[in-house]
Ligand binder design. Structure first.
Ligand code: ZN
Ligand code: ZN
Length: 168
């Protein structure tokens, strides 16, 4: 494929390897490995985001693949789905002009994603949700949903944000 003459990413329609590469110097020449199911779900999210718009709102990748060292360095969860095994199954994203919770609700609409809501954006991965499907980062710590809250991200988010407010 002639990369120069194409607007289509080398991972999927809208995503490029350089965006999802582990940012550490050691991984510069390593293969970028991303789950095709995750990419498909991200593309579905873009379809929803761009529906009714006459322009494309870019999805900004904040973190894709991470090697073990990089994951430790940034304080990621030890068994993080960002670590390719063999494929990376997680991505942290943001979209300018869309709040993290709105973006999370779009991910929920797509389905089959675990969703973490943060101030900087959202984490999504395609790991089987056992037991938690959603989480909210409060002071950088994930607070996980339980079985009942797994049914609705919005409900869970409201419960969590209410609790955060009470603690202030
Ligand atoms: Zn690395
Ligand atoms: Zn993440």
């Amino acid at each position: 494929m002639d990369r120069k003459n194409s607007h289509i990413g080398d991972l999927s329609t809208h995503f490029w390897k350089f965006e999802l590469r582990c940012p550490c110097p050691k991984c510069r020449r390593k293969l970028v490995r991303v789950s095709s199911l995750l990419l498909f779900k991200l593309e579905m999210m873009i379809t929803i985001i761009d529906s009714g718009l006459d322009f494309h709102r870019p999805v900004i990748v904040l973190s894709g693949n991470r090697c073990e060292e990089e994951n430790r360095r940034i304080g990621g969860f030890p068994g993080s789905k960002h670590i390719p095994d063999p494929d990376g199954e997680a991505v942290d994203i943001k979209v300018n002009g869309i709040t993290p919770i709105k973006l999370g609700l779009i991910a929920e609409e797509v389905g089959g994603l675990r969703i973490g809501i943060a101030k900087w954006g959202i984490h999504v991965d395609v790991k089987t949700p056992s037991p938690s499907k959603f989480w909210v980062y409060i002071n950088n710590k994930p607070i996980y949903s339980a079985k009942i809250e797994n049914k609705s991200l919005l409900n869970f988010y409201r419960i969590m944000m209410g609790k955060e407010g009470e603690n202030r």
